[in-house]
Design a protein. Structure first.
Length: 308
């Protein structure tokens, strides 16, 4: 994952149902996919930093593309010379004009090497609809994240408004997330997450607590000697996800099975690489047992421009 990009787990708390728990497990899978942008088996000793990348999504094997498939929208990303992300644009094809439009969606701001603000812009309206602020302690650890919502470029308190406080003790991190209650007109505790890290700073366990301090869910993650996740076990659906990588270090296979669902899903990945060992095409083939309409494929193309 690019430096400066903060990954956020989905909260499980007041009023959330099992659907949210399923989304929570899915966010780990997305995180691992982002973390496996490897640079080849024998890359050059010195190679240029990525300046921009254009990412397009294509359905294959009769699989349609929509907004729940990965991002579901084509993207154009700009990076700073130090590798941190700068801006993300949404690209959409306008059938009436017969051309692709590129609209700013996210802007990232840094101070002393740390991400301190993300602004999210409506790709159609051009108005800011969300602002995320980050605060750090003297050890440069994240201590607070504030999620402000906007309407017509004006601050708007609504059900999506939230903030998270972070606490550290030994090899653990505690996250307390508060969400705005529009009826009570105040922020209420929505979830408590306890994350455990190994000496290599890999998160090996995440526990979700209820308001009485009881554990409502546990996710355990196992890594190989290269610090890549190879197995994820979630108590929410008694779900297990396994991961396998190719010689480039990119994800090659992901298998998902659950004691609460009869379907076993396997995703196989293949790649085309450029001269620097960065993948420029990722093909995902989805197989499900028993077979159903969710099978098919997804092709992601990545056009990379480098700093000279």
């Amino acid at each position: 994952m690019k430096a400066g990009v903060v990954s956020v787990s989905l909260p499980i708390g007041r009023g959330h149902k099992k659907y949210d728990m399923r989304k929570k497990t899915t966010v780990f899978t997305s995180m691992f996919l982002l973390c496996t942008f490897a640079f080849g088996q024998n890359p050059p000793k010195i190679k240029p930093q990525i300046k921009t990348e254009e990412i397009t999504y294509h359905g294959i094997d009769e699989r349609p593309i929509n907004r729940v498939d990965k991002q579901g929208l084509d993207q154009y990303k700009e990076y700073n010379v130090d590798g941190t992300i700068s801006k993300i644009y949404i690209e959409e094809f306008d059938k009436t004009k017969g051309k692709t439009s590129r609209n700013l969606n996210e802007t990232y701001f840094y101070e002393e090497g740390k991400l301190y603000k993300i602004e999210r812009i409506g790709s159609i309206t051009g108005d800011k609809y969300e602002e995320i602020l980050f605060s750090y302690n003297e050890q440069m650890q994240l201590t607070k994240k504030i999620e402000n919502q906007y309407k017509g470029n004006q601050l708007d308190l609504n059900q999506l408004s939230a903030y998270t406080d972070y606490f550290y003790k030994g090899n653990s991190e505690i996250e307390k997330r508060y969400e705005y209650d529009e009826t009570k007109k105040e922020f209420l505790l929505a979830s408590i997450l306890i994350k455990i890290f190994d000496p290599n700073k890999n998160m090996i366990q995440e526990k979700t607590e209820d308001f009485d301090g009881n554990i409502s869910g546990i996710v355990n993650i196992t890594y190989d000697n290269l610090n890549k996740p190879i197995a994820l076990e979630s108590s929410y659906f008694k779900e297990t996800i396994s991961y396998r990588y190719n010689s480039h270090g990119d994800l090659e296979e992901e298998k998902n099975k659950s004691e609460e669902r009869p379907t076993i899903e396997t995703s196989s990945y293949s790649y085309v690489y450029d001269n620097y060992g960065n993948w420029i095409e990722q093909k995902q083939i989805i197989k499900r047992n028993p077979r159903d309409e969710f099978e098919g494929g997804l092709l992601i193309k990545r056009k990379i421009e480098y700093y000279e």
